[in-house]
Design a protein around this ligand. Structure first.
Ligand code: BES
Ligand code: ZN
Length: 378
């Protein structure tokens, strides 16, 4: 392969989109070095090479994919059949700690969330390769370090990537060992017209999920909470560019043999369309039916809202898909059913001033996330 030139690589790129040509380690590093990205567009086809410009066109066209340039593993079986067989085995007990959980829910503060979101949206954007994207991840890290400073059983760490912005992980040790409970949100934002330098406040997508999780952790710590089994809170880099941070982390957990009880993602929790029924929408694909049923029970027990099953998003819609692809049991909460969700995302207009943005709405998602963490780790 040493004699391969860029012309041949371009031909290989073309062929791999037509035939299932196996991708060698050499091809991976050569193509990546030239700026090509390897995109997984569906569960039962080989990934295909695209230029950064072609990738952006797909995103603008609303086509979902995993960007697997840095995590591609030819030995992985990601077919739908294999994945659903793996994931359907999870079962969870009904919620049973309401006398402990409810008083903590009452301490969740929308003014804390609003103030943190003001800081996050003030960065020009939180794009995964930008300087301000990196600064935003450092601000999240610093904020979490301060919130958890009194606790020697809690560690805050940076999960670094080949790009500027890092992901942030908070690990809360359990009183005993056991499988991890994980909640996640994505810290990055994007302006689809101009990703690397365009203004992308990303208030709803996913500033809301990001500050929901910070506030859930703050409230739990203030209540003196100590889980029986370990818990992690994750803030992912690069979700908007093809689930980059969450794929790297889920793959590394799988390779380390880490057991995860359940994973839940919060991606967009701040908006419901005026005039529609206000609900907690539940993602219908790349989710485990046992986790989703458990989340439905949490909503019934702890939220004033009803849940509603969304229609399947299609493919690779948010970070839960990265965990599902590694065989973990996942669920995802969403602000509204598809079609009634916030249309201002991915541009300059994703702000809290949008008509329909509601902290009272977002608070309901923080409540469910807190209950998810508490109940599964008690
Ligand atoms: N939060 C958004 C979109 C979204 C819509 C998530 C519906 C879940 C349900 C998310 O950050 C996003 O924009 N995802 C991309 C896909 C990604 C793999 C590039 C999208 O939907 O285009
Ligand atoms: Zn998002």
């Amino acid at each position: 392969m040493m004699f391969i030139n860029s012309g041949l690589l371009a031909v290989a790129a073309l062929l791999s989109s037509v035939w299932a040509v196996p991708i060698s380690t050499q091809e991976l590093s050569d193509m990546a070095a030239q700026g090509y990205r390897l995109l997984d567009l569906s569960p039962d086809t080989e990934p295909v090479w695209k230029t950064e410009a072609e990738k952006l066109d797909l995103m603008r066209a609303g086509i979902h994919f995993f960007d697997v340039t840095e995590v591609y593993d030819p030995t992985e079986d990601n077919s739908h059949a294999t994945l659903s067989a793996l994931a359907e085995k999870a079962t969870f007990p009904s919620p049973s700690h309401s006398s402990a959980v409810t008083p903590i829910l009452n301490t969740l503060s929308t003014s804390n969330m609003n103030s943190w979101l003001s800081t996050l949206t003030a960065f020009n954007n939180r794009y995964y390769t930008s300087t301000t994207g990196k600064q935003a991840s450092q601000w999240i890290y610093d904020t979490l370090a301060s919130i958890t400073a009194s606790r020697s059983d809690i560690t805050v760490s940076k999960f670094t990537h080949s790009w500027a912005q890092f992901s942030v992980i908070v690990h809360v040790a359990g009183k005993s060992s056991g499988a991890l409970t994980v909640v996640g949100a994505h810290e990055d934002s994007i302006n689809l017209n101009s990703p690397s330098s365009g203004r992308a406040p990303g208030a709803d997508d996913d500033g809301t999920g990001t500050v929901n999780l910070i506030e859930v952790l703050r409230a739990l710590i203030a209540a003196g909470w100590q889980p029986a089994t370990p818990v992690e809170f994750h803030w992912y880099s690069g979700e908007e560019a093809g689930l980059l941070g969450s794929q790297a982390i889920a793959q590394s957990y799988k390779r380390a043999g880490t057991s995860v009880k359940a994973f839940m993602e919060l991606d967009m929790t701040g908006y419901f369309q005026p005039g529609t029924k206000e609900v907690i929408a539940l993602e219908a694909d790349y989710e485990d039916s046992g986790v989703t049923k458990f989340i439905q029970q949490l909503v019934d027990t702890y939220s004033k809202l009803d849940w509603a099953m969304d229609e399947p998003c299609g493919y690779a819609c948010s970070d839960h898909a990265s965990w599902y692809k590694q065989g973990y049991a996942t669920g995802m909460l969403y602000e509204a059913i598809t079609g009634e969700d916030n249309q201002r995302i991915h541009g300059t207009g994703d702000l809290t001033s949008v008509s329909g943005f509601s902290w009272a709405h977002s608070l309901e998602f923080a409540k469910v996330a807190l209950a998810f963490v508490y109940e599964l780790s008690a």
